[in-house]
Structure formats: structure tokens, C-alpha cells
Design a protein around this ligand. Sequence first.
Ligand code: FVH
Length: 293
Amino acid sequence: MEKEALEKTSVTLLGLGAMGGALARAWLTAGHRLTVWNRTPARTASVVAEGGRAADSAAEAVAANTLVVVCLLDDASVGEALADADLTGRDLVNLTTSTPAQARARAEWARERGARYLDGGIMAVPPMIGVPGSGGYVFYSGSGELFERYRETLAVPAGTTYVGEDPGFAALHDVALLSAMYGMFAGAAHAFALIRKEDIDPTAFAPLLADWLVAMAPAVHQTADQLRSGDYTKGVVSNLAMQVAGTPTFLDTAEQQGVSPELLTPYFALMRRRLTEGSGDEDLTGVIDLLRR
Ligand code: FVH
């Protein structure tokens, strides 16, 4: 075991919150030497009990290994935690959720301090970490060389998907996917609200809803194809004119069920706007253009 640990990349990890704790356990289980630091020191106890080493300061943890992984609350906490650390020669992998602009600024900040930088956007919740086949993965962007060097180590907690040299791209992919998720949750919330006051068992309704969302999800491929070609009428099955004509049914049903339409109306308004521009034979893809500022 000791020999195995020596052969594997040693990791420094800053941040032992719900996600950082899960990352720590995954690397320890896989036999990596791990040095951790957390602002609240008590949180390091369980990692130490599992074979990790706790540093007294972030600077000390950074000094311990070339590979420094950061998983803190937000971008500001990364700046605070690393304020006194010497990053010269370090390979910084930042898994803290950020905006693309924050990630780009953080990459530049790291470069000015002599570190190489890789940004990560985690597409997983803590129970998915270190569980092969859980479907969890991390978007990476920034130094491709760094990604290749640590590919194996980074793949221990979750799958890896590298999305380019631009350090902001991992955050952008992360936020884009999560934004789509919130749209889906919003639609599901409206659907449950519609049935809420009826004698319909939500647990019987849920599988119908889930199957429908899964069946509709591949529509994004046609959207992508239309965006690429610029032809929003390509392969249209249910055109915009027909869909706009159907919107009163949705609004009236909400009214009849005593449900606020507030989650639907912004999208319907965009559909109507696109229709008035003369795009009735298109798919819904034109709405994307209306969103661009
Ligand atoms: N948990 C989740 O489901 C999501 C899944 C997708 C990715 N996110 C992002 O991961 C980052 C860390 O999230 P987390 O779940 O570990 O978050 P917490 O459990 O709240 O732990 C936060 C850690 O950050 C430390 N911290 C906060 N502020 C500071 C600061 N100013 N200086 C130094 N450290 C700071 C905090 O320390 P402490 O409170 O224990 O002292 C925790 O270690 C995050 O970007 C998610 O968006 C998770």
C-alpha cells in the first residue's frame, strides 16, 4: 500500500466541505497521498483518521505538493484562502464553482503568481463522487498540458471532460447545463402544481413526467443542428405557429387549476415575439436569438 501511494500523484486539497470531503475520501481510497487544509480545522479530523495529513495553514498545504486542488465555497474564498500561499511552480486545479469571467481572472491571477491553472466545473453531487458509473463528471478547461499530466489523478473522484484552453469554458459549460436543469425543474414544478389539488397521486405522476422529459430531451440535437446550419425550419415537426396557437390552452388550464402561470409566461412571450417577426414555420430555435443581448 505504501509503495502504491508513492507511485500515485500526491495531492493537496483545500476545502473540506460536502464536496471537498467527498473528493478527499475518493483520493484516499484510491491510495493517493493527500494533504488537506480547511478554514475550520475540525473538519480535517475524519480525513486524518482515513490516512490524510492536515496542514496548519493553506500556505503550508500548498507547499506540500505540486498539484493543488481547491474546492471552496466561491471565487472570493479562493482568493482569501490562497492570499498568503506561494504558488510558484504549483499546478492549481480550481473546482470551485465560478462564473466564466471569474475563472479567466483566476487563471491570470495564478499565472502572475507563477502557477499553472486548470479550472473545473463539477457536474455531480457529493454522493456521486468516487462512485464509478454514477454519471458524475467534471468539466475542465485551461491548460491542456496540465489536464493531460493529471488526467489519471483527476479521474479518481469523477469522470473528466476537457472543453478547451479557455479557462472560462468549464464554468460556462457548468452554468449552461445547470441553467437547463433549472428550466427543467421549473417545468416540473408547474406540472406538479397543475395536478396538486386533484386526486392524482404525485408518486404515480412522477414516472410519467420523468419519462416524458427523457423522451423530449433529444430535441436539443435538432436545435444544435439548426443553430449550426442557420436554418431553423430544418426538420421541423411542430412549428412555432402551431405551438403559439396552443399557448392559451396552457394558460387557461393553469387558471382553471388555480396555478400561477409565472413560470410559463416568459417563454411564451418570447415564442409570440418570434412569431410576430414572421417565423411561424420555424422550430422554437429562434427564441435563442431573442435572448442574445
Ligand atoms: N455540494 C454540491 O452539491 C455541489 C455540487 C456541484 C459543485 N458544488 C460546488 O463545489 C464547491 C464546494 O461546495 P461544497 O458542497 O463543498 O460547499 P460547502 O459544504 O458549503 O463547503 C464550503 C467550503 O468552503 C470553505 N470556505 C468558505 N468560505 C471560505 C473562506 N472565506 N476562506 C476559506 N474557506 C472558505 C468552507 O470552510 P469552512 O466553512 O468549513 O471553514 C468549506 O470548506 C462550491 O463552489 C459549490 O458551488 C457543490
